[in-house]
Each structure stands twice: as structure tokens, then as C-alpha cells.
Design a protein around this ligand. Structure first.
Ligand code: MN
Length: 214
């Protein structure tokens, strides 16, 4: 059998201190997993699930400001990487970029969020670190050197094992799956030229700069 098109190569994440890479299959995301962020969004502190396509992953250090938004928001998140049997084999620092203006319009229409959450390069990622994810520790994001988000992983309403338990009710989790675990409060707008520094205690850092619109 011959494929009619070239088989798309998955995005791959670097692994800190290891020459191997992690091929990304699916990206599950949780919203409202920190009570203080749910509150700032005017939402109940009830975690909800959504997804991004694998094409959302980017490891670029310079990203063009995306199209069709005037209110691009940053959300720093602990990201879990799954191996065989749906177990967590590594974790890393990611940013769930969100077109907040589009998302607000979609929420008002009870419409799906994909165009606000799943656009190309909407999931910048740092390198992964092998081993169990940190259960506590600082999670923060700075823009141009000023702290915007600052929280602790211990504030998660559903910690990693509970997230896995919930997701497995609906999906057979597979090697290559990533889970974005939600963001603490302090989300806000990014502009072209901004430099973003996302940090989680004990994990590789994530740094990127937004360039002008294409
Ligand atoms: Mn998020």
C-alpha cells in the first residue's frame, strides 16, 4: 500500500539531558483548573476539557503575532507528556496562547473554541524533563521582565493523576499525548515585540518573542 500523500511528521519536543525526542500526537487541555484564574474569567471553578491539534506545537523562539485577533493572551501551564500505557513519563513548561476576543465571542454564542485556542503555533513548548511531574513549586510568566502570572502547582483543582483519571473516562490515552494542565491567575495581553519568559520550578524554561504580524 502506498499513501496518496506524504505521511505528516509529528512535531517533536526536545528532552533535557537526553538525545531522544518526544513525538507529539494529541494535545488535551484543561481550563479553569486554578480557582483564582476561573474567578478572574468570571467562571465557576469547575475544570473543563478542550483540545488543540498537534500543529499548535511550536518550539520557535520567535513567533509572528497571529492573525484575526487584537487580544492575544498568555497562559503559562505545566504540560504532562504521556508514554506507554497512558502514564506520565515527562513534563515541561508550555504556554496556551489564546485569542481572548474570539473566545469571548464564541462563549457568548455557545460555540466551540477551536479558532480561539487551536490555531497554528498556539502552544509554544520548552524542552521536557523525564520523570514524574512536580506536585508543588512556583509556576510563573513574565513579559519584558515584569511578572504577570505567579502561582503554585499545588493550587491545581485537579492535580495530574486526577486529570488522567478524568480524561480516561472519555479517551484512550496514548503515547505521544500531551496534557496542558491549566493556568494560574494573571493572564493578559501580549503585543508584537514582547518577550515572554515562562518558568516552572525544576523544569526547563520556555522563552519566546512575538514578532510583527505576517
Ligand atoms: Mn489554558
Amino acid at each position: 500500500m502506498t499513501d496518496i500523500i506524504p505521511c505528516p511528521a509529528p512535531p517533536r519536543l526536545a528532552i533535557d539531558g537526553d538525545s531522544r525526542t518526544f513525538p507529539v500526537s494529541r494535545i488535551f487541555c484543561i481550563g479553569r483548573n486554578y480557582a483564582d484564574h476561573a474567578k478572574e474569567m468570571g467562571a465557576a471553578a469547575e475544570p473543563i476539557f478542550f483540545a488543540k491539534p498537534a500543529s499548535a506545537i511550536t518550539c520557535a523562539t520567535a513567533l509572528p503575532y497571529p492573525t484575526e485577533t487584537e487580544d492575544l493572551h498568555h497562559e503559562v501551564e505545566l504540560v504532562l507528556a504521556l508514554g506507554e500505557n497512558g502514564t506520565i513519563i515527562a513534563s515541561g513548561t508550555g504556554v496556551d496562547l489564546t485569542k481572548r476576543d474570539l473566545q469571548a465571542g464564541l462563549k457568548a454564542k455557545s460555540a466551540p473554541w477551536e479558532i480561539a485556542k487551536g490555531f497554528d503555533a498556539s502552544a509554544p513548548m520548552g524542552a521536557l524533563r523525564l520523570g514524574p511531574p512536580p506536585a508543588t513549586g512556583s509556576i510563573s510568566l513574565g513579559v519584558n521582565g515584569a511578572v504577570r502570572q505567579s502561582g503554585d502547582l499545588a493550587q491545581m483543582i485537579l492535580p495530574p493523576q486526577d486529570l488522567l483519571a478524568q480524561l480516561t473516562r472519555f479517551f484512550a490515552l496514548q503515547p505521544g499525548d500531551l496534557i496542558f494542565t491549566g493556568t494560574p491567575s494573571g493572564v493578559g495581553a501580549l503585543n508584537p515585540g514582547d518577550t515572554v519568559a515562562a518558568r516552572i520550578d525544576g523544569l526547563p524554561p520556555l522563552d519566546f518573542t512575538l514578532t510583527e504580524r505576517r
